[in-house]
Design a protein around this ligand. Structure first.
Ligand code: ZN
Length: 279
């Protein structure tokens, strides 16, 4: 048995396909993959769209339960019956910080209100480039000793995918820019008190070259790696797919909590070198 993590950083790179992570294209993320525990095969929710995937990460349940498959406020009442991850963390005195690129006034206000509903402690939404985004995350990870989940959301690759197509030169350049930002995170994979989880909400280019919402393996396959001082390096079995829904229970477990029974995923125990104690 071992102590819970002090910090966990969950990095969501919107629209990042696993095959974009090459030594030449994304050298830093490639290194994090080499030194961490990576899923042999990881899948996102269906439909493979951002609002559905992010709501699943926040709530522990799939789109059929949370109903958020498009960015409308229609399904908000349903969200009140869920047990969001930040609220579960708050019961363990763990804060949640969400860091996003700069949002225009109204969107920032709405995101802030939505996140507060789910128990998020603070929203930092002023970064203009991935280096600033991940720099802000590094500051949270070193800034205080309190237990904290830091969620970083980078949308550069998705924007380029919609404009120029998935795996196009512009898309790969956007992925490269995100990778340069990850230099701020790299030192933390040696810290035994920090857990670093990097994933994506969906792929893209499976059916339409510049979209990702149709059911297709290329749209639904996502990269997923766990790293940090207490993670065992290795690769999960290809035949046992890890699901995006396995992330919330794993994060909660890392802070010593136990997932609500309504959550759909499972803790990725095989990524850790020793069993964590739960409260
Ligand atoms: Zn998109």
């Amino acid at each position: 048995m071992t102590e819970p993590f002090r910090k966990t950083v969950l990095i969501v790179i919107d629209g990042l396909r696993p095959d974009a992570i090459t030594p030449g294209g994304m050298p830093i993320l490639h290194e994090i993959f080499a030194r961490g525990w990576r899923a042999g095969r990881a899948l996102t929710v269906r439909p493979s769209v951002t609002v559905a995937a992010l709501t699943s990460l926040a709530s522990g349940v799939g789109p059929t339960r949370h109903g958020m498959t498009e960015a409308r406020l229609l399904h908000l009442p349903r969200l009140r019956h869920l047990r969001p991850l930040p609220a579960e963390l708050r019961r363990l005195a763990v804060e949640t910080t969400v860091i996003t690129p700069a949002l225009p006034g109204a969107a920032r206000w709405m995101a802030g209100a939505l996140l507060r509903l789910g128990g998020v402690t603070r929203l930092i939404a002023d970064a203009s480039a991935p280096t600033a985004l991940f720099g802000a995350a590094a500051k949270r990870l070193t800034g205080n000793g309190r237990p904290e989940l830091v969620v970083v959301y980078a949308n550069d690759a998705d924007l380029a995918g919609h404009a120029w197509g998935w795996m196009s030169p512009a898309y790969l350049r956007a992925a490269q820019a995100v990778d340069r930002g990850l230099a701020h995170i790299l030192p933390f994979i040696d810290d035994p008190e920090t857990l670093v989880i990097t994933t994506a909400d969906h792929g893209g280019g499976g059916v339409l070259p510049d979209d990702h919402d149709h059911p297709h393996p290329v749209n639904e396959r996502i990269p997923l790696v766990l790293a940090g001082g207490r993670v065992t390096a290795g690769t999960g079995r290809e035949e046992q797919a890890i699901h995006l829904l396995d992330i919330p229970p794993t994060v909660l477990h890392g802070f010593g909590g136990t997932a609500p029974r309504s959550w759909e995923g499972r803790v990725i125990h095989e990524a850790f070198s020793m069993e964590l104690s739960t409260v």
